[in-house]
Design a protein. Structure first.
Length: 125
């Protein structure tokens, strides 16, 4: 099991199942959402992701048709990415992408997918 939280600690979650894959999304929307070169996600079954504290502190944003991103409305920490068909960031149905930067439990795995790599910023080596 993995646990995670937002920056201010208002939202806490658990992942009660395996991480199927991980990804760095280099699309410009993830860059803007994260304020970084890419958005790193752990992709899990939607029913394995459980908010255990602060569900009322989560805000949802439809960033494009059918895509929902969630974040803490207090500190702004990015939490999840999911499409309206309940797919993860590599398009699998019944999955959700959870931002790796919000994990409290260390994750030592490797990133398994790079998405929209053509959008990687030129300022990176």
């Amino acid at each position: 099991m993995y646990q995670g939280s937002c920056l201010c600690g208002a939202v806490r979650y658990e992942i009660q199942g395996p991480i199927d894959s991980t990804s760095n999304c280099w699309c410009t929307m993830c860059q803007k959402q994260h304020g970084a070169a890419s958005g790193p996600y752990a992709n899990v079954a939607s029913n394995a992701f459980k908010v255990v504290q602060g569900g009322e502190m989560i805000t949802r944003y439809a960033s494009s048709p059918g895509v929902e991103r969630t974040f803490c409305k207090v500190c702004g920490s990015n939490l999840t990415w999911q499409d309206g068909g309940h797919g993860d960031c590599i398009g699998r149905i019944g999955r959700i992408g959870i931002t790796l930067g919000t994990f409290d439990t260390p994750y030592d795995g490797k990133v398994t997918h790079d998405l929209y790599f053509e959008s990687k910023p030129g300022w990176l080596p």
